[in-house]
Design a protein around this ligand. Structure first.
Ligand code: COI
Length: 355
């Protein structure tokens, strides 16, 4: 495994005072990890250095054609004072799946986990300890060739930065309001939808802005072909409780394979519940609502954790789910998942990496 060169900052920043409202992704720690890729040399020169700007040629390809991938995971402080990471191997495996789609050279997943651990260890005093807070980890890779021709890059950077965060949505664990997007689509099969890449988020901005103008938190995307089947919310995957079945859209190429989604499916199944990963149309959801069978809906994501959906609007149909309150199952899932992540509950699944 490569050595990681370490250069400590001489100017540590002021950390947010305990009790500061952190928001999401606004504050960054003292150090970052960087590694270069150059064709012929592979990935090399791994280093942890003071956090700061990265010089970039104005012709750098990532700025023009979006050859970029990223990940999101979190570090938590356990009651015993240890650091806990949640399934970091899954994030690095997904990063390589995204790399494959974006013609980015693969990284050594085990090394990327070790680099993450080292960086978090160095900046561990930045892990916030207030209820519901954690240290968000953002690994990302982008093309740096100074070249305004469209082709896969020969030179890239892999960077990891850290940010102490609170809840992603201002609502916290209170149910969010979502509307079903009718005008725009996020992704189609064969496109980039399953990859964690900037383009998918760029595609979502306009819809997101219009949703916010109408006082909705986010949009629920339908499939890009028939505009009929539910896909995801854009910063989270989505689940519906219909009668005794918990349904989440099947991964078929245009949906992000969320690590929290996978963990929720595994956890719900381990409780003996009926979980289906299948196609589900918005008509089926509306019908279930009409029949009084849609009892809960929630999103899952690293940033969003478990986020109950209190209102789902589809054209003129306004579905108020569980009286706009968090449902029993969403609460149980939240408590158990965060309990394991924060090391407050035993981890029978072997998901956490503690050090
Ligand atoms: C995450 O949940 O980690 C995400 O990447 C969502 C987002 C903030 C883009």
């Amino acid at each position: 495994m490569q050595e990681i060169r370490i250069e400590m900052t001489k100017n540590p920043k002021q950390k947010p005072a305990p009790g500061t409202a952190l928001g999401f992704g606004k504050i960054f720690t003292d150090h970052m990890f960087i590694m270069n890729y150059d064709e012929g040399q592979g990935w090399h020169d791994a280093r942890i250095v003071p956090y700061g700007p990265i010089p970039l040629d104005p012709a750098a390809m990532c700025l023009h054609y979006g050859q970029e991938v990223f990940e999101g995971l979190k570090a938590y402080r356990t009651p015993e004072g240890k650091i806990s990471l949640f399934r970091p191997d899954r994030n690095m495996a997904r990063l390589n799946n995204s790399n494959e789609r974006l013609c980015i050279p693969k990284i050594d997943e085990a090394f990327a986990v070790e680099a993450t651990k080292k960086l978090v260890e160095i900046d561990q005093d930045w892990i916030p300890t207030e209820e519901g807070t954690s240290l968000y980890i953002r690994p990302f890779i982008f093309a740096t060739d100074p070249m305004v021709g469209v082709h896969p890059a020969h030179h890239l950077l892999f960077v990891i930065i850290l940010s102490p965060v609170g809840a992603y949505y201002p609502e916290g664990l209170n149910p969010v309001k979502i509307y079903v997007e009718k005008n725009y689509v996020r992704a189609v099969r064969g496109g980039l939808g399953f990859a964690k890449t900037a383009a998918n988020y760029a595609a979502s901005l306009k819809a997101q802005q219009e949703a916010e103008d109408e006082k909705y938190t986010q949009v629920l995307w339908l499939d890009g072909v028939e505009r009929k089947y539910v896909e995801e919310v854009g910063t989270m995957n989505v689940f519906f409780v219909i009668g005794d079945e918990i349904v989440t859209p099947a991964l078929q190429g245009s949906i992000l394979p969320g690590v929290t989604r996978m963990s929720a499916v595994e956890m719900l199944k381990s409780w003996g519940l009926k979980v289906s990963e299948r196609r589900i149309s918005i008509d089926e959801i509306a019908q279930a609502y009409k029949d009084g069978k849609l009892t809960e809906a929630f999103g899952t994501g690293t940033a969003a954790v478990i986020s109950p959906i209190g209102e789902l609007k589809w054209g003129d149909v306004k579905m108020i789910i569980n009286n706009g309150e968090i449902g029993e199952l969403s609460q149980k899932l939240y408590d158990n998942l965060t309990g394991i992540q924060f090391g407050k509950l035993e981890d029978p699944y072997g998901w956490t990496v503690k050090f």
